[in-house]
Write a protein that binds this ligand. Structure first.
Ligand SMILES: Cc1cc2nc3c(=O)[nH]c(=O)nc-3n(C[C@H](O)[C@H](O)[C@H](O)COP(=O)(O)O)c2cc1C
Ligand code: SF4
Length: 506
């Protein structure tokens, strides 16, 4: 009997290890031979710990499972039975390309990885010239999933063409955006995909060494990645020549110290070099002068982990999904006050309303949705009147928003948008690296100005919009430059929350 119980951090936090212990105890009491696989999460967080029992090659889901449910599951009489996992509406409606193996395989079993298509992309890439690899990536239309949406193929080409004694691939696994967990889920559920993507990046650009900059708040992902790198090295995937030209790639995991701004690529590079995590002025771009002053590919986990499937199934196949200039699929992370929270990978183009109401099932409190913050703490708040907006880079940009790392945080009608605007300024003040004045001083003044409005001083509203314009235009990086987005969207779409009459009405 084969039973899957996730070792994903969300499942662990909800008691997955206790469930495993209960399965072990119950099986030995019955003299049953049970093989427990610790897989990644299927992404249905409201059902964690989600237990799957394999019968006749089909996996049947049960969830959320507690130790008390185990006996009935083994008896086949459990009330928590949900039917075949792949037939669940949440799973059936997805297009899982980057996350195809997450939750399916044993994350630390290289044979399982290969059996599910792993390393097919690398094998194809090894037969190509660096220029052809880059061209394939350009043709796929893949854009950076870390937030800025920069075309990945163009970035790789810049590094490929740079002349240097050494080049690097740095994976940005800092994942600081509120409501996001795609990087974590990928690393915990299918770490070899990331390693494979980084090797292909090395092959394309001539980089021979890689680093994963992983946030310290992800101990489970850190443990899985360390072990995956060790296995990959033992199996000759890392540190050994992979082609006749003698190309060999090696990599290591480095742990961040917990600053939001260290997710910004130049700040990250400083931190990786052992320096203070302050933003560097651009140019030079990291692709020209990055880690230790050498040409460096800096890409998000999801960007790199999407590369193998592009080579496995072809650029045209990947490009066929999506909308406008947003090609392929995007792992949506649905969070906040929502009934069905989790990870849902789909082609770009669903409307915001479909994602929140249809897939997310509306709020967990059952109250009406008031706003959705898309794209992390620097993303705009969208009201329900803008729910027809299709999920795409340009489509959100046209409405003064951003999709960022594709995190969605949902709020019900009890949310006070003035408080959210204050929070955005306060977050910026706390996380500012201090290098430029509009952000370092502006965010502090922003908190004070929102407080004046909260006290009923309407004359402070134009001051706030003026301050936002200065921060937008004058900040060195997107922390100061994008903080105005949540602030101004709150002010524009929810003016009643900023009204001096509000207090009186309450
Ligand atoms: C304040 C700030 C925080 C950021 N945090 C992250 C992060 O946690 N993860 C990430 O991949 N990109 C983050 N970025 C974007 C990176 O600077 C960079 O654009 C990205 O790592 C490039 O990879 P991509 O092209 O694959 O998206 C952040 C940017 C800013 C300004
Ligand atoms: S905008 Fe803020 S975080 Fe970015 S460089 Fe300026 S002070 Fe640093």
């Amino acid at each position: 009997m084969k039973i899957y119980v996730p070792r994903d951090a969300a499942a662990l936090a909800l008691g997955a290890d206790d469930v495993v212990a209960a399965i072990g105890a119950e099986a030995s009491a019955r003299g049953l031979s049970v093989h427990i696989v610790r897989n990644g999460s299927r992404g249905m967080v409201w059902l964690e710990p989600l237990v799957e029992v394999e019968q006749g090659g089909i996996r049947h889901a049960y969830g959320p499972v507690t130790p008390a449910d185990v006996a009935a599951i083994l008896d086949g009489t459990s009330q928590k039975a949900l039917g075949p996992t792949d037939a669940l509406p949440w799973m059936k409606r997805q297009t899982r390309l980057t996350f195809a193996r997450v939750g399916v395989i044993d994350p630390l079993n290289l044979a399982d990885y290969r059996a599910h298509g792993g390393l097919a992309g690398l094998t194809r890439a090894l037969a190509l010239l660096p220029e052809q690899i880059v061209d394939t990536l350009k043709e796929s239309g893949l854009r950076g999933r870390g937030g800025a949406g920069f075309p990945t193929g163009i970035k790789w080409d810049t590094v490929r063409l740079a002349q240097a004694s050494r080049k690097y691939v740095v994976c940005n696994a800092d994942e600081g955006d509120s409501g996001t967990f795609a990087d974590r889920m990928l690393m915990e559920g299918d770490p070899f995909t990331l390693i494979e993507g980084m090797i292909i990046a090395g092959l394309a650009t001539g980089a021979t060494r890689g680093y994963v900059y992983l946030r310290s708040e992800y101990p489970d992902a850190i443990a899985v990645m360390h072990e995956a790198v060790r296995i990959a090295r033992t199996e000759g995937l890392l540190g050994q020549p992979l082609n006749d030209a003698g190309f060999a790639f090696d990599m290591e995991i480095r742990i961040g110290a917990g600053a939001y701004v260290c997710g910004e690529e130049t700040s990250l590079l400083n931190s990786l070099e052992g320096k203070r995590g302050v933003v560097r002025a651009k140019p030079p771009l990291p692709a020209i002068e990055g880690f230790l002053g050498k040409p460096t590919v800096v890409n998000n986990v999801i960007s790199l982990a999407t590369v193998p499937v592009i080579f496995e199934r072809g650029a045209a196949f990947y490009k066929d999904f999506g909308l406008g200039r947003s090609r392929g699929t995007i792992p949506l992370q649905i969070a906040g006050n929502v009934q069905f929270g989790g990870l849902f990978e789909t082609a770009f183009g669903l409307s915001l309303g479909e994602i929140v109401q249809d897939i997310g099932g509306g709020t967990a409190t059952g109250r009406p949705v008031k706003a959705v913050q898309v794209g992390g703490p620097l993303g705009a708040y969208f009201p329900t009147s803008m729910f027809e907006t299709p999920f795409g880079y340009e489509e959100f940009g046209a409405k003064e928003g951003l999709i960022g790392h594709a995190g969605l945080v949902i709020f019900d009608d009890t949310a006070d948008m003035l408080k959210q605007a204050r929070f955005a300024m306060e977050f910026c003040a706390i996380e500012s690296c201090g290098k430029c004045t509009p952000c370092r001083i502006g965010a502090v003044r922003g908190v004070e100005t929102v407080d004046r409005i909260a006290r009923g001083d309407a004359s402070a509203i134009p001051l706030l919009t003026d301050l936002c314009a200065t921060m937008k235009a004058g900040s060195l990086c997107a922390l100061g430059g994008f903080t105005p987005y949540p602030v101004l969207s709150a002010l524009t779409h929810f003016p009643d929350d900023f009204s001096p009459m509000k207090e009186a009405a309450e």
